[in-house]
Design a protein around this ligand. Sequence first.
Ligand code: HEC
Ligand code: HEC
Length: 366
Amino acid sequence: MKYSGKNTSLLMSLLLFGLAISCQPINRSNELRPDSTITEGEGVTFKPTPVSLRQPSNFPQRIYPIEQNPLTTQAILLGKSLFYDSQLSRDSTISCGFCHQPFAGFVHSDHALSHGINSRFGTRNVPSIQNMAWSRAFFWDGGEKSLDSLVINPLTNSAEMDMAFPEVLARVQRSPKYPGMFKAAFGSDTVTADRFFKAFSQFVLTLVSADSRYDKYVRQEPGGSLTADEVAGLSLFRQNCSTCHTTDLFTDHSYRNNGLAVSSINDQGRYLITGQQKDRLTFKVPSLRNVERTFPYMHDGRFSTLEQVMNHYASGVTNSPTLDESLIRNGQLGIPMTEVEKKQIISFLKTLTDTAFLTNRTLSPN
Ligand code: HEC
Ligand code: HEC
């Protein structure tokens, strides 16, 4: 089973169109506008507390259109409750947080392939969901364009949460706790798809990791000192890795083939979305933030250590028509590195561990 590739956009436009026809102009002094379907209880209990989305000074401009879903304490709290609620899966065993674990940088620690309901396995490694406000497209193949609607995929995927989407909304509506939380967040206790999506996005958007020792080093903040080996590793990283793992997000959000040998799963990556030969075996360049904790590595979790990753780039790169040209140097495959250089790069990668983020209680289940 592939995780993405379901066309959610048609469903989305139907849902949104349904909402749009009941649209009525609302004028409020509060700059936060509730969504367009508010009919009941207006102005009574709806006093959302605005929260601003952090923009770390060393990050590029964010992509998510935050003005269409301004953050509030109430909607973030609702999103968090939903995120950690296993009732959203068919047999009430799997929540988003089951696969996206806070202490592991929001991946499924030590699981190569995604693992969902009835111990069914998917075909891909769980990616981190930190700093999503800066992403243009989602999933290893970029098959999903909208952070808001992508939750339909894990909720309905038979190897993940395995629910029919209308049933998810009905369950949430029936639960004793959620209608009140929807009212506090959106001014109405009716659980609509639009509000449900927005609440998830609100929580996910707060997963900003930007306080590693490396961040403090580049922002010249207290606690930002690097050892000689780490500085050497940073400089080697900039020479060898930052064509793809670029900016302080450590990804240029492009799709590339980094020379992994094709496995028995035979995942063709971005090609599954575009159908173009040039995209065969290309995958989204992942961010390397908290990489010390996000093992195992690559789209199928084939490597369990950073040493294996370094050995891959140094001597394991496999040639194919779509291999990225930056991995062929003077006719040789891969990135030449000595054992000392590999160790120095690994020391640098570990400076991207953001302990404050990984142990932030407000992001973990209560
Ligand atoms: C069974 C494990 C599992 C569950 C449960 C799960 N996910 Fe995921 N998630 C994944 C996998 C695997 C991917 C990558 C899919 C792909 O590339 O095709 C992913 C990708 C994502 C991404 C995109 C990350 C990126 O950088 O592209 C987001 C955001 C996300 N999930 C949020 C959620 C939310 C919200 C929920 C709950 C509604 C959820 N996930 C439930 C396994 C899971
Ligand atoms: C040609 C572009 C490119 C270059 C150069 C490159 N990478 Fe990557 N890197 C990728 C892509 C693409 C992936 C994901 C591949 C996949 O899973 O199929 C990746 C994955 C990784 C991962 C796994 C991350 C995870 O969460 O699974 C690590 C770690 C990594 N690279 C480190 C490095 C280091 C260190 C260097 C320099 C020695 C480097 N990369 C050079 C493109 C590149």
